[in-house]
Design a protein around this ligand. Structure first.
Ligand code: SAM
Ligand code: SF4
Length: 430
């Protein structure tokens, strides 16, 4: 979502006459688009801003802005702590970036543009300056109403608002007409999507997007387990272009922790959804997110997470140490509930080690299998790097093909985090 916001801002600025600077230090306008999900990313903002303090003294006409989630929740603090910052602009104001830069220059005063819209999102999609020429992100729903007790997103992105399907389909069709073959539909809880016009859900939207001739891969992230319904599974089961890949964060395997996280499901309920999804969609790959060291997490709670991992056998996971975020419910809980850093670090390593074993087994089991690979670029050894429909990273040995092209490859070696393959002919059954 941050990547897309950056591309939208770049597009808006270019439409207003800006050009990309080859050296960031020579730029007339510097914008930091920020993430606030964990504390570490927030710290990075301040250290990056620190580097620019002297620059601003030397060149007072330099315009410095902070956008994104940190700006949204700590905009006033940024303006106070970093007096050389000219403006802060929130997540709901991406469309006004060019006007804001122009105002800072004309009015020569510092601006705070942080209002969060309540309406169905709509944006100038024709002006987006995308980094890729074959893959595009497309927002279908913004904000979140879940208020999980650890999460800052409802505060940084506001209430849940779905975009009209008509605009989504027009954007998708224009992307395909312009050569984009892979589209990822975006939302914090993407599967809570409801068309504001007829209340139809993500399943219907996937089917309608999938019908666009020329679209080869259609993905969506991130799915909340509670909103995974049959319509979505049917759309996935219908096959290409809907990719057989589901990112569905579990966060924990302990019912007590899930309850305190306010995730509104238990471990058995999560596993039931997973089984239902795997039964419905052949060859489905599933990834998940986990938080370790959530306040009050005991050894037994953590063991329950390991047990869920063993049972679920995810294709990949992202795991994070709990990071208290201002404004969230869990950040207000007493210090006695906090898990010591050393312990959460140890739990994170154990979780990742177990997942590594699972992935190594999974990927070894794929040796000899052929997949269609979307070429994304090259690795440092000159091999092609791409992805399978189920989102696995593949290195294709000594093959030459342009980024954005598709080729078939047979897996020669399955490593825990990637697959090595050699180019093959398209299998006749494919
Ligand atoms: N909407 C998605 C969902 O419900 O699963 C998650 C969005 S969040 C931006 C991405 C991931 O960051 C979460 O799944 C969670 O694992 C992690 N995360 C969020 N808040 C966190 C926190 N306070 N500390 C550590 N990890 C966190
Ligand atoms: Fe955050 Fe996801 Fe929970 Fe929303 S559903 S509060 S984005 S973790």
């Amino acid at each position: 979502m941050n990547v897309l916001d950056g591309e939208r801002m770049a597009g808006r600025l270019e439409a207003a006459g800006a050009t990309r600077a080859s050296d960031p230090l020579a730029a007339d306008v510097v914008i930091f688009n920020t993430c606030a999900v964990r504390e570490k990313s927030e710290h990075k903002v301040y250290s990056a801003l620190g580097l620019l303090a002297r620059r601003k003294q030397e060149r007072p006409e330099l315009v410095i802005g902070v956008t994104g989630c940190v700006a949204q929740v700590s905009g006033d603090e940024i303006l106070e702590r970093a007096p050389w910052v000219d403006f802060v602009l929130g997540t709901g104001q991406v469309e006004s970036i060019a006007a804001t830069v122009a105002r800072v220059r004309q009015e020569r005063r510092r601006l705070s543009v942080l209002e969060l819209p309540q309406d169905s999102p709509s944006y100038a999609f024709r002006e987006i300056r995308r980094d890729s020429s074959f893959h595009a992100y497309l927002t279908v729903i913004e904000g979140c109403d879940q208020f999980c007790t650890f999460c800052i997103v409802p505060f940084t992105r506001g209430r849940e608002r779905s975009r009209r399907s008509g605009e989504i389909l027009t954007e998708a069709a224009e992307l395909v007409a312009n050569g984009y073959t892979e589209i990822t539909l975006l939302g914090q809880t993407v599967n809570a999507y409801r068309d504001p016009e007829d209340s139809s859900g993500l399943g219907s939207l996937l089917r309608r997007c999938a019908a666009i001739p020329g679209l080869r891969r259609l993905r969506f992230i991130t799915s909340h387990p509670n909103f995974l319904d049959e319509g979505i599974l049917e759309a996935m089961a219908s096959g290409p272009p809907v990719a057989p890949f589901l990112h569905m964060p579990a966060q924990s395997g302990s019912d007590a922790v899930l309850y305190r996280m306010k995730r509104r499901y238990d471990a058995a309920g999560y596993l039931e959804k997973l089984i239902q999804a795997r039964r419905a969609v052949p060859e489905l790959a599933v990834s998940s997110d986990f938080i370790v060291g959530f306040p009050g997490e005991t050894d037994a709670d953590f063991e329950a997470t390991l047990a869920l991992l063993r049972e679920a056998r995810f294709d990949s996971i992202f795991a994070f140490r709990y990071s208290p975020r201002p404004g969230t419910a869990s950040a207000r809980w007493g210090r006695e509930k906090q898990v010591p850093e050393a312990l959460s670090g140890e739990r994170l390593s154990r979780l990742l080690a177990l997942q590594n074993e699972i992935q190594a087994e999974h990927n070894r089991g794929l040796e000899g299998r052929a997949f269609e690979v979307l070429v994304e670029g090259k690795d440092p050894h000159g091999n092609l790097r791409g992805r399978t429909p189920c989102n696995r990273v593949v290195q294709v040995e000594e093959a030459a093909a342009a980024p954005g092209s598709y080729l078939w490859a047979t897996v020669t070696r399955g490593l825990p985090n990637s697959l090595t393959a050699r180019r093959t002919a398209r299998p006749s059954a494919a």
